[in-house]
Write a protein that binds this ligand. Structure first.
Ligand SMILES: [Zn+2]
Length: 468
């Protein structure tokens, strides 16, 4: 049993490992309580939720899922998901044991591609960025939905990725985040083909690169640049039953380097600026920046370094600045203030000594766009209704994931779980308990089917967008 919902568990993990980048953002406790009080008991926020779960759904959403759950071919499909559990577990083990560090996902990409092809997705290929992409065509005139899981893990090359079985759980780095997602995609493909289910819309199967760390969502950025006709995205990530991520916190990170001539602390005094003093001026200005509480927007100078010795006017200093927001506009506004604080600090330090020899340069080392899928959008309502059909309660959460990219472009996107209890993300002790995990794979598949529609059963719910 989980002690707390993973949003919070992962939040704790983030606090413990600030260098790591699993980035769940539960609403601050006081703000959540205040929001809950305003909204009344029905729409009260669940713990860790970033928005109230919608309670009234569009009639079309209810109709589609009622039709799907009553259709004999869908019942057979769901049985096939259950029956495919052991084979899917073999895929999970096989893919987990192929290491996939950031920027080194190729071997796993090739293995995932080979499995997609073997299971009947002949059009699949690896794109220029390294993503595996294969389209399972619908019957026509339907929406195009990306269903994805990331290939990369946080673990460096040489990590022991052998899967070990203990106490009914499988242990291996990356097994739940996010190899399980890849295995679920393969299982969906197999059962859809075996059961000859024709969707109305197209399903774009994606195993993407660059979700973790300094990958900076490069896989998803490329995918959405290459494919301008995508109407929505459902990404799989380890998440407890019922969790639907609708918020993607954006972040920009800068490494800032201050450089001056340096000199002896006594002999050169008055003739040269100090890189450390200049940086100190910048930090003091940054510390005074005001950001909105809603959308939550944050900044911090996370690390500093520099200088030569206690009796040297520092020739160099550097710092790393992290800026985050739940929306892009305040993120960019805060970033602008940070950058102008640095410029002003350099000018002040030079003016203090009447010189022009201190400079600062900034390098963008982290770039994740942010955004939000509205709680009352069709894609969220679909997930809520599918959860209800399987007896699950929905909690709307937030995180920084692949879905940030479509969210930042205004394209409907959610992240849901693919089944199984999971834990230890980004740690060598990462595990998954696959007991009844097929139930999660069923729920998420039905969520997807409602969005694209099934020929002879239900109309697609996801709207076709204007091509970007
Ligand atoms: Zn992940």
């Amino acid at each position: 049993m989980l002690a707390c919902i993973p949003c919070l568990a992962l939040f704790c993990l983030t606090m413990k490992n600030p260098a790591r980048t699993l980035r769940f953002t539960p609403l601050a406790g006081a703000a959540a309580l205040a929001a809950a009080a305003l909204l009344g008991p029905v729409a009260a926020l669940a713990q860790g939720a970033v928005a109230p779960t919608p309670t009234t759904l569009r009639p079309a959403v209810d109709k589609a899922y009622t039709q799907l759950m009553a259709a004999p071919q869908v019942a057979r499909l769901l049985d096939a998901v259950k029956a495919d559990h052991d084979r899917a577990t073999d895929d999970l083990k096989m893919l987990t044991e192929i290491e996939a560090p950031p920027f080194k996902e190729q071997k796993r990409a090739e293995a995932f591609l080979a499995r997609l092809k073997a299971l009947g997705l002949t059009s699949a290929a690896i794109d220029a960025e390294g993503n595996v992409v294969g389209i399972r065509k619908g019957t026509g005139h339907g929406p195009k939905l990306v269903i994805s899981a990331h290939l990369d893990t946080v673990f460096p090359a040489g990590t022991d990725v052998k899967v070990k079985e203990r106490d009914g759980k499988l242990y291996a780095p990356g097994i739940s985040d996010n190899t399980r997602g890849l295995a679920v995609l393969l299982s969906w493909l197999k059962v859809l083909n075996d059961q000859k289910i024709a969707t109305v819309g197209d399903l774009v199967f994606v195993g993407n690169v660059g979700e973790e760390e300094l990958g900076n969502l490069r896989g998803m950025k490329h995918l959405f640049k290459e494919h301008l006709d995508i109407d929505g995205m459902v990404a799989l990530e380890p998440a407890p039953d019922g969790t639907v991520l609708v918020l993607g916190t954006g972040s920009h990170r800068h490494e800032v380097t201050f450089k001056g001539p340096g000199g002896h602390s006594y002999a050169a005094f008055g003739q040269v600026p100090s890189a450390i003093h200049g940086m100190g001026r910048a930090i003091a200005k940054i510390a005074e920046i005001r950001t909105p509480a809603t959308p939550k927007t944050t900044f911090t100078v996370g690390t500093v370094g520099g200088g030569t010795s206690v009796n040297t006017i520092a020739p160099d200093a550097r710092m790393a600045v992290d800026i985050r927001s739940d929306e892009m506009a305040p993120l960019l506004a805060t970033e602008k203030q940070v950058l102008s604080a640095i410029d002003a600090a350099v000018a002040e330090e030079n003016a203090r000594w009447s010189v022009n020899t201190l400079t600062a340069s900034t390098k963008l080392i982290g770039d994740r766009p942010g955004g939000r899928t509205a709680a009352d959008s069709v894609i969220v309502e679909a997930a809520v209704r599918a959860n209800t059909a399987f007896g699950r309660t929905t909690v709307l959460g937030g995180a920084s994931t692949d879905a940030n990219v479509p969210m930042s472009l205004g394209i409907p996107a959610i992240v849901i779980g693919g089944g199984g209890k999971t834990g230890g993300f980004h740690a060598l002790s990462e595990w998954i308990d696959l007991t009844d995990a097929w139930k999660g794979a069923q729920t998420s598949l039905v969520t997807v089917l409602g969005l694209v529609g099934v020929q002879g059963v239900s109309e697609p719910l996801l709207e076709k967008r204007q091509k970007r």
